[in-house]
Design a protein around this ligand. Structure first.
Ligand SMILES: Nc1ncnc2c1ncn2[C@@H]1O[C@H](COP(=O)(O)OP(=O)(O)O)[C@@H](O)[C@H]1O
Ligand SMILES: Nc1ccn([C@H]2C[C@H](O)[C@@H](COP(=O)(O)OP(=O)(O)O)O2)c(=O)n1
Length: 242
């Protein structure tokens, strides 16, 4: 049988764990999904889980600015994440929330909810179970994956980009759907980064052993290729040591 270069999936050994962290709009989700699909790995969007619990709090009348109210309710919603990079899915109490978790209301509240230690403990435990049970290996993206959730990941990547590039990318997603204000988008991104990096419990941070990739002047395809090369390098090194 002939397999062309275009159709052959690039292969990764069983159970490689890839951690991809970085601020909003640096390309984590797009890159992680594409890389996981190319390498035949599972994919986990941890931001979607924090958005899902935030959506539940808002829907159930919990004051998202009251950490003790959020902590008390944190264990109530049942969050289930799909791990197919070609069809990412997330449900709360069996309801598909992949659309509702992307609203502005959820985006504005998610940093406060995700700063509550009880929320982080529950979601971190869930993430570890999902990562360790992905027999084919997994790409996990978020803010604290390399530092806290999976400190023994086989490769850690930290994506960055200028606030201007990130605001332009986010505005591009909204253009045509709602009026777009790039300056306001930039301001909101920077504010959320500060909240995520400034919280006490597992803040947004680059792990000491993470490889930083500045995506400001790279196309998405270039970032994907760079990350695939980094993962393949880590796999080759692991193979040499075995
Ligand atoms: N290198 C890049 N160049 C241009 N646009 C990009 C790049 N990386 C991602 N994007 C676009 O930017 C937006 C945000 O990307 P996303 O992957 O959701 O970022 P994150 O998960 O880090 O918030 C998406 O519309 C995506 O297609
Ligand atoms: N591992 C993670 C992932 C996300 N979060 C929080 C902080 C982020 O502002 C929100 C939303 O994350 P998400 O990745 O969906 O955000 P963007 O798509 O980059 O806008 O969740 C977190 O605290 N820890």
């Amino acid at each position: 049988m002939f397999v062309t270069v275009e159709t052959a999936a690039r292969t990764a050994p069983a159970a490689v764990i890839v951690a991809i962290d970085g601020p909003s709009g640096t390309g984590k989700s797009s890159t992680s999904k594409a890389v996981a699909a190319k390498l035949g790995l599972s994919y986990l969007d941890t931001g979607a889980q924090y958005r899902a619990i935030t959506w539940w709090m808002l829907n159930n009348g919990v004051d998202v600015n009251d950490p003790s109210a959020v902590a008390t309710a944190a264990a109530k919603p049942v969050i289930v994440s799909g791990t197919d990079p070609l069809a990412p899915a997330i449900t709360v109490d069996a309801v598909d929330v992949s659309g509702p978790i992307r609203t502005q209301e959820v985006t504005s509240a998610v940093s406060a909810v995700s700063a509550v230690p009880e929320v982080r403990t529950l979601i971190t435990d869930l993430q570890r179970v999902i990562a360790t049970s992905a027999g084919n290996g997994i790409v996990v993206e978020g803010r604290d994956i390399g530092t806290t959730v999976l400190p023994d990941a086989d490769i850690k990547i930290f994506l960055t980009a200028s606030p201007e590039a990130r605001a332009a990318r986010r505005s591009g997603e909204l253009r045509g759907k709602v009026p777009v204000d790039v300056a306001a988008t930039r301001e909101a991104l920077v504010k959320r980064d500060a909240a995520d990096a400034g919280r006490k419990t597992s803040p947004l941070a680059k792990a000491d052993d993470a490889v930083e990739v500045d995506t400001t002047d790279l196309t998405l395809d270039q970032v994907i290729e760079c990350v695939v090369t980094l993962i393949e390098g880590a796999i080759a090194r692991a193979g040499q040591q075995a």
